[in-house]
Design a protein around this ligand. Structure first.
Ligand code: CMP
Length: 136
């Protein structure tokens, strides 16, 4: 039985700055993801704080929000079978140092902050995050 899902992916400032967005989009296409919607935007610190509100109590919250708003990002609505988990597999561990060979964070990530991509961690959060950037 098919389980088509949609999830949110963000190509973060470190990757956009290095002009990696086309390469990363190709990686998604190669793994069967369809990019349903995408836009390149530069969000404010206040918007980043709203987006990452779930991390509000974490010691890295301020730096994280400053970072996501530090330059242009590419936000994408991705679709495929089991999109949430498959995107997380393709991204690899949060810290590029711990990420497996072949994953996006291993290939492109620089540090735990500059880890090149964000992806929704559950179907529930995917809905919330897609609503945040695309209003659906
Ligand atoms: P992301 O998947 O975008 O979700 C929250 C981000 O916080 C995470 O990627 C990391 O880039 C960043 N971050 C910074 N420090 C930490 C940490 N100690 N643990 C988890 N995430 C961290």
């Amino acid at each position: 039985m098919s389980n088509i899902e949609q999830t949110l992916s963000i190509i973060k400032p470190d990757a956009v700055e290095r002009d990696l967005q086309d390469q990363i989009k190709q990686e998604f296409a190669d793994k069967g993801f369809e990019i349903i919607k995408e836009k390149k935007i530069h969000i404010s610190k206040e918007e980043a704080e709203k987006f990452y509100k779930v991390h509000e109590s974490k010691p890295f919250y301020n730096d994280l929000c400053a970072y996501l708003s530090s330059g242009p990002i590419v936000v994408m609505k991705l679709q495929r079978e089991n999109a949430v988990i498959e995107n997380r597999k393709l991204m690899g561990a949060t810290n590029p140092a711990d990420a497996e060979e072949g994953t996006l964070r291993k290939k492109y990530g620089i540090s735990i902050d500059k880890n090149s991509v964000h992806g929704s961690d559950s179907l529930e959060n995917a809905k919330i995050e897609l609503e945040f950037f695309f209003n659906n």
